[in-house]
Design a protein around this ligand. Structure first.
Ligand SMILES: [Zn+2]
Length: 352
């Protein structure tokens, strides 16, 4: 692996993560050949560093004298970036958790794109998650993609590319960013002094930034609640009533519930196909808390072979639809919805 991707070389500007090297080199080559398109769509699982990659690309495109494959960290462009005051870079994100990107924001984007670059180089826009554009904002963005300004690069970021309007997708160069190899991600986490790295990565569906964040908030505790209750509902007869569960889950938040449930269904299907090699079992040195969650997670995934795959897939489709509705601002009655999902789940586990 190139030394360029070690953290020490240029700590100030954004440096792509080790697992992003291939994607970075391809894009970097496009920049050198002056063939970078006016719009890119960085797509991949949540928690693998797409936003960081977008920032690294913005740094590189605005640096006045890039060194080898990265922004130099010293020129006037880099200094403005490091001070968060580069006039030719703008970022658009939803104005709060669970909010949508609004048309006013895309209007600001259009105004910015219409101006001349103040530093004489390119202008860079980073916008995401694209699937959280409301419909009017998405249509307004489409106009910018249809009539690109020559000196602007739009870097769009999406966790769920399938939920992005096809007309937006088709006007961007798709840059798929893959979930990192387990060994690379574990090494990266261990370098941050996270000693139960493998277990956390396992619980995070392979997304290293989610694994890292799990240590900071309530996520581990919530995940424990989530897995334990699913396990107890999977027993015959169920060891918990779904009404009691629904109350326990209210604090978790719908988007997190959907994400974990999809992760678990996917894991169950993988497990049921690869049962013999025990590939999902985690035998790393892990602390007691994560150990108990990982073993429960493994038990849950291993129980999946008893369930009808068609029913699991049907439930997964329902969750994906719910996620799309939520991305578009739906605000369902949470206790009722959780109750409904748990009833569905009991039908699935009861039909095994
Ligand atoms: Zn520079």
């Amino acid at each position: 692996m190139s030394l360029l991707f070690n953290m020490s070389e240029s700590p100030s500007v954004h440096i792509p993560y080790p697992w992003q090297q291939d994607s970075w080199q391809k894009l970097q080559l496009q920049v050198v050949k002056n063939k970078i398109p006016h719009a890119l769509l960085l797509a991949g699982q949540k928690g693998i560093g797409k936003w960081h990659f977008a920032e690294a690309l913005a740094d590189y495109l605005l640096c006045l004298s890039p060194k080898a494959e990265l922004a130099c960290g010293q020129c006037r462009g880099c200094q403005l970036l490091l001070a968060n005051s580069h006039p030719d870079k703008q970022i658009f994100i939803p104005e709060g958790v669970g909010k949508l990107l609004k048309i006013e924001q895309v209007r600001q984007l259009s105004t910015f794109v219409g101006k001349t670059a103040q530093q004489g180089g390119r202008k860079i826009v980073i916008l995401g998650p694209v699937e959280q554009l409301n419909i009017n904002a998405a249509n307004a963005l489409l106009k910018n993609l249809e009539e690109p300004a020559g000196d602007t690069v739009l870097i769009l970021v999406s966790h769920v590319a399938s939920a992005v309007m096809a007309t937006i997708r088709s006007r961007c160069q798709m840059v798929p960013l893959l979930t990192p190899d387990k060994t690379i991600a574990t090494t990266w986490l261990k370098e941050l002094q996270i000693d139960n790295a493998a277990a956390l990565l396992h619980l995070s569906g392979g997304a290293p930034l989610i694994a890292k964040a799990m240590l900071e908030g309530d996520d581990l505790e919530h995940l424990q609640t989530f897995i334990t209750t699913l396990l107890s509902l999977s027993q015959r007869p169920p060891a918990a009533s779904h009404i009691a569960v629904a109350k326990d889950w209210l604090g978790i938040g719908l988007s997190q519930i959907i994400a974990w449930w999809l992760q678990i269904i996917h894991g169950m299907l993988v497990y049921s196909f690869n049962d013999s090699n025990g590939s999902l079992k985690n035998k790393d040195n892990i602390n007691t808390t994560t150990n108990s969650i990982t073993s429960e997670m493994d038990r849950l995934l291993a129980s999946g072979y008893r369930f009808n795959r068609q029913w699991l897939l049907k439930f997964s489709d329902k969750l994906i639809l719910l996620r799309q509705q939520q991305l578009q601002g739906a605000n369902p009655n949470m206790p009722l919805l959780i109750d409904e999902l748990l009833l569905d789940w009991q039908v699935i586990v009861g039909r095994s």
